[in-house]
Design a protein. Structure first.
Length: 302
């Protein structure tokens, strides 16, 4: 089993000027310790799932990953995950490709439909980044249509096909992508979410990885065995081998109970999970990373 870390909480009690060095030190430690991947959320305001207010620091995802790619050697990177509504797809695929090129082929392309609901406007006191920053955020049904457009376009641009693209919501007359990705045929595409009718169908048709929820007590806790069964059915319908899809989950790490954590990783591996992406309560620090790193040989053996 692989193990990655998610940098989701940046609320260290430090000057803003020290955030860069703090994040770089953690990424270098994770790289040197043998962690398989490092992820950041693609949010512009902090989200309630971390327990922090929206005003808590939240660096932009792709700038952060580009910075960290230059400070590391082998660890892989991704967004967990980019909301389809936040960037024009041609620009998004270009950004993801550039990160893959400059990192030497170490990226995942993490994407999803965005919030699994339709946020209601709240005005100047909004906690929702789309409304706050003036980003158009279509209804969920339309965001799924846009997601399929982007997945189709990503495959086209990464195979070097410059012919006009016409989707349900986007048209590109020449989707040129140069330089193209280091990873061939393309960076692994991770589609996040556990919706059984739409999300997991898109995983089966277009993705190389899924991302499910293993976050009890947060409102995001999937019946993983059932969700994997649903994914397998969609793969059968699409003529796809389910073994081609990396099964990842977002999970917690409790610094106070290492043995239970390792046992839970064993349980997840037994269900068929390939890659666990963990975050602690509060921000990461060197001691927390070191505590998990001690368990890496056991977890990698599952």
């Amino acid at each position: 089993m692989k193990l990655g870390i998610t940098l989701a909480d940046f609320s260290w009690d430090i000057p803003v000027a020290d955030i860069g060095s703090t994040v770089a030190d953690l990424a270098q430690q994770a790289d040197d310790s043998g962690f398989d991947s490092l992820w950041v959320m693609d949010h512009f305001f902090q989200i309630g799932l971390t327990g922090q207010p929206p005003e808590s620091p939240m660096p932009e995802a792709y700038a952060t990953l580009g910075f960290l790619a230059g400070r590391t050697r082998r660890i892989r990177f991704g967004t967990l995950v980019t909301s389809v509504a936040y960037r024009h797809p041609g620009v998004l695929i270009k950004s993801a490709t550039t990160l893959d090129v400059l990192s030497g082929g170490r990226t995942y392309f993490g994407i999803g439909a965005g919030a699994p609901f339709d946020p209601e406007p709240r005005g100047p006191e909004t906690v929702f980044e789309g409304e706050g920053l003036g980003i158009a955020f279509p209804r969920l049904a339309e965001r799924f249509e846009r997601l399929e457009d982007v997945l189709r376009l990503a495959h086209q641009m990464w195979r070097g096909d410059e012919t006009p693209f016409r989707g349900r919501h986007y048209e590109l007359v020449r989707p040129l992508n140069s330089p193209n990705s280091v990873q061939r045929p393309h960076p692994p595409i991770l589609v996040a979410g556990s919706g059984e009718r739409k999300t997991l169908r898109l995983v089966a048709r277009y993705a190389d990885a899924c991302n499910l929820f293993d976050l009890p007590g947060s409102g995001f806790a999937d019946d993983l065995e059932h969700k994997l069964e649903v994914l397998h059915k969609h793969c059968d319908e699409a003529g796809r081998d389910p073994g081609e899809i990396e099964k990842t989950v977002a999970s917690h790490f409790d610094p106070g109970d290492r043995d239970r954590f390792v046992e839970h990783m064993r349980e997840l591996a037994g269900l068929g999970i390939d890659h666990v992406l963990i975050s602690p309560p509060g921000p990461w620090d060197s001691a927390r990373l070191a505590a998990v790193a001690e368990a890496l040989p056991d977890i990698h053996a599952f």
